[in-house]
Design a protein. Structure first.
Ligand SMILES: Nc1ncnc2c1ncn2[C@@H]1O[C@H](COP(=O)(O)OP(=O)(O)OP(=O)(O)O)[C@@H](O)[C@H]1O
Ligand SMILES: [Mg+2]
Length: 243
């Protein structure tokens, strides 16, 4: 492998949907222990990229390596067992399950049934959902649904977690709690790749960032470097500047 220290290597990955190139030969590494942020305008290919990494979408070309081993063609549930899990941008609801059961089901990936419930309660507390164990996901606010989505991922005890806009729709003040959860997870040793749309949020969270536009990676660097990158400013703030 190119980089001995990378936990994840995305190597010239592309995805075409008919004539549309949703992800266009994107390459980057994720280093163990980091928080890597991914930003880009609507339709830039961010969620598709997560689908390609997590086994939900087969790449048209290119390779994805986890721990130095190609994972192309490996189904999502096997990747979760190996320690790679993603959240979903559109929160899935489970009609009749309580939040505790939803998280306990995820915990079964690594824990026996007799431990899963207690462990799920612990995870719900850790993301700030204690007291809401017996609610159904439908009864949760958008913010809490997003925290539940994070809890489901955390319950699988991943080494690498892909978070897709878990703070979307929240005010900057409302992102304090989920941001603390992300930082806490990272401090416990979980490597994190997070997509966020809101620049100030990602700037506060990420150690390093990549920027996508029309499926292609147009920049990579520290949050500070992104702010002074002309291509990023044009892609990301272009329509605000024009308006
Ligand atoms: N299953 C699919 N079939 C056809 N086109 C798709 C499919 N999934 C995504 N696309 C298209 O691929 C492009 C990238 O979509 P994607 O959802 O990855 O973008 P995104 O960066 O996550 O956007 P957003 O910020 O709105 O979440 C878009 O043009 C989208 O319409
Ligand atoms: Mg998306």
């Amino acid at each position: 492998m190119d980089n001995q220290t990378a936990i994840l290597e995305v190597d010239r990955v592309a995805k075409r949907f008919g004539g549309l190139v949703a992800v266009d030969s994107v390459s980057f590494d994720v280093r163990p222990g980091e928080i890597l942020g991914i930003i880009g305008p609507n339709g830039a290919g961010k969620t598709t990229l997560f689908g390609l990494i997590s086994g939900f979408i087969a790449p048209s070309s290119g390779d994805v390596r986890f721990d130095g081993v190609s994972i192309v063609g490996t189904p999502p549930h096997l990747l979760v067992r190996r320690g790679l899990v993603r959240s979903f941008q559109i929160v899935q609801t489970f009609a009749d399950m309580t939040t505790l059961d939803v998280v306990a089901t995820a915990a079964l990936v690594r824990r026996p049934m007799n431990e899963a419930i207690d462990f799920a309660a612990h995870i719900l507390a850790r993301v700030g959902l204690s007291g809401k164990e017996q609610l159904t996901p439908k009864q949760l606010s958008l913010q809490d649904k997003k925290l539940l989505e994070v809890a489901k991922c955390v319950a699988t005890e991943p080494r690498l977690i892909l978070l897709d806009e878990v703070m979307a729709g929240l005010t900057l003040a409302e992102t304090d709690a989920p941001l603390a959860v992300v930082r806490d997870l990272n401090a416990q040793g979980t490597t994190i790749v997070m997509i966020e749309h809101v620049m100030p949020v990602i700037m506060r969270a990420a150690h390093r960032m990549i920027v996508l536009n029309f499926g292609a990676k147009i920049a990579e660097g520290t949050p500070q470097e992104m702010l002074s990158n002309r291509a990023v400013v044009e892609a990301y703030f272009g329509d605000h500047v024009d308006a």
